[in-house]
Design a protein around this ligand. Structure first.
Ligand SMILES: O=C(O)CCC(=O)C(=O)O
Length: 269
């Protein structure tokens, strides 16, 4: 029996490698998390997104609250079973009339999770529409067992760190995943995805949270850590809860992680 996802959504997951929309946050929660994100951006002079890549939750207590919401865990459990860890999180925000975009890419190439079945909940804190540059996917692209070659274009305005891009994507197959603020989409880490610039008058703010069944492993470095979300975390070591937002200890934990990740030779997303 499913917790919250419908059989239709589970069918969409199997065939498309993504599902949307799922109602997650109340209006009050959406406004509260959005305001907290905006305050963090202000406190970091607009640097939170770039600085807190991959484990944005390490210095941010409200991200732990978001990650551990029971309704979110219910949806993830419907997809990966009862033993769940959260090993990563990122902010994906485009300002109003922001020319930046995200090129076609496949997360599994960068994540180092084996088998490559990590999944991402992308939570909209503002409306993500065609105009504001919602995510697009190529349905079914998760089915191949091959990792796909990416070219590092370093294109200006590409929000990925090196402009990594899958060439020759058949865009006529692309499908948009529009979301109203408070809803989420979930995508498999092999599903090709991208998004266009924000042409709207409002910022498009999303929080991406990376979950895995706890029997999956990080194979690129030892001592991988994660937040235990539900069930048995198995070989994943616990992460330090931040004593306060951007406390020195929590920033150091993030730096240590990024250094371990870099020293593994793995490139960032
Ligand atoms: O926010 C976007 O448009 C893309 C997000 C993304 O690449 C991801 O969540 O893996």
């Amino acid at each position: 029996m499913n917790n919250i996802l419908t059989n239709q959504q589970l069918g969409q997951w199997k065939s498309a490698g993504a599902l949307w929309p799922v109602d997650l946050l109340s209006q009050e929660e959406t406004i509260r998390f959005r305001d907290k994100y905006l305050a963090l951006e202000a406190a970091t002079n607009g640097g939170a997104q770039g600085r807190f890549r991959m484990k944005a939750h390490l210095p941010v207590p409200w991200m732990w609250e978001l990650i551990r919401l029971p309704r979110l865990a219910d949806a993830i459990e419907d997809l990966v079973g009862p033993d769940i860890v959260c090993w990563g999180s990122s902010f994906f925000a485009k300002s109003a009339h922001d020319p930046r975009f995200i090129s076609w890419h496949q997360d599994s190439v960068y994540y180092g999770i084996d088998p490559p079945d990590s999944i991402t909940a992308w939570i909209a804190l503002t409306d993500a529409t065609t105009l504001s540059g919602c995510m697009r996917i190529i349905p079914g692209s998760h089915i191949s067992t091959q990792f796909v070659q990416h070219e590092e274009t370093r294109a200006p305005n590409n929000m990925l760190s090196r402009g990594q891009t899958i060439r020759d994507v058949n865009e006529s197959l692309a499908v948009e995943m529009p979301l109203v603020a408070g809803q989420m989409s979930i995508h498999h880490n092999k599903t090709f995805h991208a998004s266009e610039p924000n042409q709207a008058d409002w910022p498009r703010i999303g929080v991406a949270i990376h979950f895995a069944a706890s029997h999956l492993r990080q194979v690129n470095f030892d001592g991988a850590t994660a937040i235990p979300v539900r069930g048995n975390p198995r070989h994943w070591l616990p992460e330090p809860y931040p004593d306060s937002e951007m406390s020195p200890a929590s920033l150091k934990a993030l730096e240590d992680f990024l250094a371990a990740y870099r020293s593994s030779g793995r490139k960032q997303h």
